[in-house]
Design a protein around this ligand. Structure first.
Ligand code: NAD
Ligand code: TYD
Length: 363
């Protein structure tokens, strides 16, 4: 017999452990939740990999009232000692921590598995140990539409089989399978979200939109993979963070929720629009060798999340304009993010591709 699901209502105000809270989406979640000024307390656990950045939390750390409700701990979710010390006073864990870039997972997959599988396991064990002491905590695993694999037509539903095709998406699929297995086996209060391609301020410049915007600001080349007709469904970061908070509060234990952006576009169209906002020419775009195993399309059905009462608020045009303008206004932030291993990563990923690139057709 399966153990009874534990109750899922969070106390108000809640104490939340946010892992990966110095990254792109995690920091947006922390900024949004703390700025409600409703007493919620957050502990961020972040390893500060190349993608983690304390500056992403500067806005809350410089506000006395919000800073008093934020604690920052530098550490690894795969380290049971660190994780164990943070669990005692939490009502929920929201796990954003992951290696998040598909191209890096193709170059060096191992870190994706350590954080995405062992790290998730360590967090789940810590939540289970709390339950054993009678101190309930809910666990939300932040996952991705990429677990469905390439979707040639239609829209993926939560009940569809998973078919991940990159080391990144395979690690993410493993993480969410593990989370649901704890719900079934131990009665752990688990919910899973699958967000679509997210964009917005503080996005690391390795990803399509911020890479192209920042290269274009410098009049540098924009490396478009293959024919540029791959399709993604774009979700503004504030909507992604808001939907995660909504599922944390209202999601049914053991359930999984798609978070679509409801803005499906071919990559070429996205590039056209960001260049138009910047006032830069299409001639910057270069057609380069495709990503191996490149998923052609992602698209999800959002009816389950709608039924839970969530609707996105930001259109793609408004979100893209806000994003492009943020990068124009925050040059110091993205130039600093292009430090550390950035140049060697860029040369490895794009050096030969750009050397062999051709003019990219527009239509
Ligand atoms: P990101 O790369 O910007 O941030 C990841 C954060 O996790 C960084 O702060 C990093 O330092 C931290 N981290 C990495 N490994 C860690 C570890 N072992 N222990 C502690 N911290 C660690 O990623 P993001 O774009 O903000 O994505 C956040 C989550 O959302 C990820 O789980 C990702 O799979 C998922 N997701 C992202 C998108 C997207 O389009 N960006 C879409 C759907 C789902
Ligand atoms: P990306 O931002 O890496 O997100 P994901 O791989 O998770 O969808 O890429 C978005 C799309 O843009 C994807 O189809 C790959 C493509 N792309 C390029 O054409 N050139 C690039 O330099 C990058 C980073 C992505």
């Amino acid at each position: 017999m399966e153990p009874a699901a534990r109750q899922s209502r969070l106390p108000d105000p809640a104490r939340i452990l946010v892992t990966g809270g110095a990254g792109f989406i995690g920091s947006a979640y922390v900024r949004d939740v703390l700025s409600r000024r409703d007493g919620t307390r957050i502990t961020v656990l972040d390893k500060l990999t190349y993608a983690g950045n304390r500056a992403n939390l500067a806005r809350v750390e410089s506000d006395g009232e919000q800073a008093a409700r934020l604690r920052f701990v530098e550490g690894d979710i795969a380290d049971p000692v660190v994780v164990g010390t943070l669990m005692d006073d939490v009502d929920a864990v929201v796990n954003f921590a992951a290696e998040s870039h598909v191209d890096r997972s193709i170059l060096e997959p191992e870190a994706f598995l350590v954080t995405g599988v062992i790290g998730v396991h360590v967090l789940l064990e810590a939540v289970r140990a709390q339950d054993a002491k009678g101190r309930h905590a809910r666990f939300l695993q932040v996952s991705t539409d990429e677990v469905y694999g390439s979707v040639e037509q239609g829209h993926s539903k939560e009940t569809d089989a998973l078919a991940p095709r990159s080391p990144y998406s395979a690690a993410k699929a493993a993480g969410e399978h593990l989370a649901r297995s704890y719900h079934v086996t131990y009665g752990t209060d688990v919910v899973v979200t699958r967000g679509s391609n997210t964009y917005g301020p503080y996005h690391h410049p390795e990803k399509l939109i911020p890479l192209f915007v920042t290269n274009a600001i410098d009049d540098g080349p924009l490396p478009l993979y293959g024919d540029g007709l791959q399709r993604r469904d774009w979700l503004f970061v504030g909507d992604h963070a808001g939907a995660i908070e909504h599922v944390l509060r209202r999601g049914v234990p053991g359930e999984t929720y798609n978070i679509p952006g409801e803005a499906e576009l071919a990559n070429r169209e996205v590039v056209e629009r960001l260049l138009a906002r910047l006032g830069k020419p299409w001639s910057l775009v270069r057609r380069v060798e495709d990503r191996p195993g490149h998923d052609r399309r992602y698209a999800m059905d959002g009816s389950k999340l709608h039924a839970l009462g969530w609707r996105n608020r930001t259109s793609f045009d408004d979100g893209l304009a806000a994003t492009v303008d943020w990068f124009v206004d925050n040059e110091a932030w993205w130039r600093a993010a292009r430090s550390g291993d950035w140049q060697s990563y860029y040369d490895r990923q794009y050096g030969a591709r750009l050397a062999a690139s051709t003019e990219a057709s527009r239509g």
